[in-house]
Design a protein around this ligand. Structure first.
Ligand code: FAD
Length: 587
């Protein structure tokens, strides 16, 4: 293993180099395993998506003893595959779901201002008007409501544009595709990074957080759930974990866990697939995102660093939950819709990346509960077992508080109220001051100011900790075939952010797998070798990680040429897993 003595510049103060809490490195992982086996917990959270991470943070900051176990990687399910918007949802406004919109906009505001200003940023959208007379006043009234519900506090309000004005803002649009436009603001974040930061913040407040740790069974005492059996999916070892209450936060896996628990669920969760494509920024000349109406819903063209994310689709999915596959039909649907407004159409050759995710939609057991489909549901499904699912990314904090409130009856003592609306995520404190100091920091570390700002928007005030992991000057250089990221970021991903496999770094700690046409293959060896420095991988392990990753990319590319879900799933599901001891399904 390389020496971990950092190359920090001498003029840094001690507070600059103080280690933050919430580390998820190899030493913490080993300790977490012992704690899972030895300590009783108040709350055991299953699932390291945004909801599970949020529940762990909510419970830990109420003073409870908390453990969170995630079968694969943090955010490896839906929470890394969304449209990445913190939004109220204009669609819900149209469906007169005012309560939902207001709640989501309040969360958006909290994220932008207090909880995660380093990760969550304003983003503008142009709504091209296509119909004369009624459409402008109708949309304007909706946006006025949206803005006044808490929308336009940290972000500008709506702006009305003539056709010429809209075309100046988005010259890529075909002249005949609009008669005018309205621009409004929402917010966006790197969902995988945000979820991981929520989990690290939970760990910072004392939660045991362990990835590659799958729940494979439940323990009961009389009629109550008293704990779970977990498997380390890296080596197959198993231990029993005791908890007063277990909270099932497994999204589209909710029913599987419900079955394994032996209790009757109060709601069911079905999966709906949504696909996005990623294209280079210069293929669509516009200074704003776009929101376009489709037959069923809306299509977003979302600015994403030097790229656009275009999505999404909405189709039922009954196949492999871990690896939903995009088909050629999904991609054609997205291209057809976006091309209907573009002067220069996009082609398959423009696509840099593709990803598919599964919405955990609630399916009630009766007519009455089917109205739950747009909201989240939380239920005490058995003594000692709570389940929560549905909702959307934006409202994870509210969902988390609801789940912990519901667990109160199974907890000893008085439960403190939720305080997560006042708990900034790791990296938020001091972020704004560091942004003002970006030029100074750049000079200190020998980096370009642009690079420092990019790092601040990924790590906030953890920046110093990230850079202190550079044990060699080369670590401060960009990754060869993915220059948006520094080499030290791959090291930090394994040393502090819980990444265990090449796939975790290329698809979630960084987004290289969707941002570069090589999808991570061209830098796989370099990244694996950087990871090996922390994880003590042998050359054979490095080769194995690369070959598993390469197979995954090959399978994804091939599945994306298949016309239908079954054919695409057949290809994708057969690619090897880097987590060798996963039980699929668990029962
Ligand atoms: C295409 C698409 C676009 C979206 N866009 C947006 C958006 O722009 N804004 C928005 O607000 N919402 C959006 N959403 C919704 C949002 O992404 C989801 O509601 C949210 O991510 C769900 O999080 P979760 O934690 O419930 O599930 P997940 O993120 O899926 O987490 C569940 C976790 O449980 C783990 N798990 C499963 N079984 C076990 C086990 N046995 N042991 C341990 N762990 C286990 C899984 O590995 C997984 O990591 C979108 C969804 C989709 C699909």
């Amino acid at each position: 293993m390389a020496s971990r003595k950092p190359t920090a510049p001498p003029e840094l103060s001690t507070s600059d180099t103080e280690r933050p809490g919430g580390l998820l490195g190899p030493a913490e992982r080993a300790l977490a395993w012992r704690r899972l086996a030895d300590e009783p917990f108040d709350v055991l959270v299953i699932g390291g998506g945004v909801v599970g991470a949020g529940v762990a943070l909510d419970a830990a900051t109420r003073g409870l003893r908390v453990a969170l176990v995630e079968a694969r990687d943090l955010a490896s399910g839906t929470s890394s595959r969304s449209s990445k918007l913190f939004h109220g949802g204009l669609r819900y406004l149209e469906q007169l779901e005012f309560g939902l919109v207001r709640e989501a906009l309040r969360e958006r505001e909290l994220m932008l201002t207090t909880l995660a200003p380093h990760l969550v940023k304003p983003v503008s959208f142009l709504y091209p008007l296509t119909r004369r007379l009624w459409e402008r006043p109708y949309t304007a009234a909706g946006l006025l409501l949206y803005d006044s519900m808490g929308g336009a506090r940290s972000v500008p309000g709506q702006k009305h544009l003539t056709r010429a004005g809209a075309l100046r803002m988005a010259p890529a649009l075909r002249r005949s595709a609009l008669i005018g436009g309205i621009r409004y603001y929402d917010a966006q974040a790197d969902d995988a990074r945000h979820t991981m930061t929520v989990a690290r913040t939970a760990a910072h407040y004392g939660a045991v957080v362990r990835t590659s740790t799958q729940v494979v069974g439940f323990h009961r005492e009389a009629d109550r759930v008293s704990g779970v059996r977990v498997r380390d999916v890296e080596d197959g070892a198993e231990v029993d974990v005791r908890a007063n209450v277990v909270i099932n936060c497994t999204g589209v896996w909710t029913d599987e866990l419900q079955r394994a628990s032996g209790s009757r669920g109060r709601f069911r969760v079905r999966a709906s697939k949504g696909v996005h494509i990623v294209v280079p920024r210069d293929r669509i000349v516009a200074e704003t995102g776009l929101i376009l109406r489709t037959e069923k819903s809306v299509l977003f063209v979302i600015p994403w660093r030097n790229h656009w994310i275009i999505g999404t689709t909405d189709t039922d999915w009954n196949l492999d939950l871990a690896h939903p596959a995009a088909t050629e039909r999904d991609i054609d649907y997205l291209l057809d819709h976006v091309n209907s407004v573009l002067a220069t159409p996009l082609t398959h050759a423009d696509i840099e990346g593709v990803y598919a995710g599964l919405r955990p939609l609630l399916a009630g057991e009766s007519e009455e509960t089917s109205k739950l489909s747009r909201e989240h549901a939380v239920a005490r499904v058995a003594p000692g077992l709570v389940a929560i699912a549905g909702g959307k990314y934006t409202t994870y904090r509210v969902m988390a508080a609801d789940a912990v409130d519901t667990a109160a009856v199974d907890l000893p003592g008085r439960l403190q109220p939720s305080i997560t609306d006042r708990v900034p995520l790791l990296g938020a404190d001091g972020y704004h001051a560091l942004v003002n100091q970006a030029d100074l920091l750049a000079a200190r570390w020998g980096l370009h100011p642009y690079r420092v700002r990019h790092l601040l928007d990924r790590y906030g005030s953890l920046l110093h900790d990230v850079l202190a992991h550079a044990t060699h000057p080369d670590h401060l250089k960009p990754i060869d075939a993915a220059a948006d990221y520094l080499r030290v970021e791959a090291i930090y991903a394994v040393a502090a952010e819980g990444a265990l496999h090449l796939e975790d770094v290329l698809t979630r700690r960084t987004r290289i797998s969707i941002e570069y046409p090589h999808r991570g293959v061209a830098c796989a060896r370099q990244v694996a070798e950087l990871m090996a420095e922390v994880l003590d991988w042998t050359p054979a392990q490095v080769d194995w990680e690369i070959s598993v990753y390469q197979s995954r990319v090959d399978a994804e590319r091939t599945s994306q040429t298949k016309p239908d879900d079954t054919a695409a799933d057949n290809i994708r599901a057969n690619a090897p897993e880097s987590r060798r001891h996963l039980a699929e399904p668990i029962l």
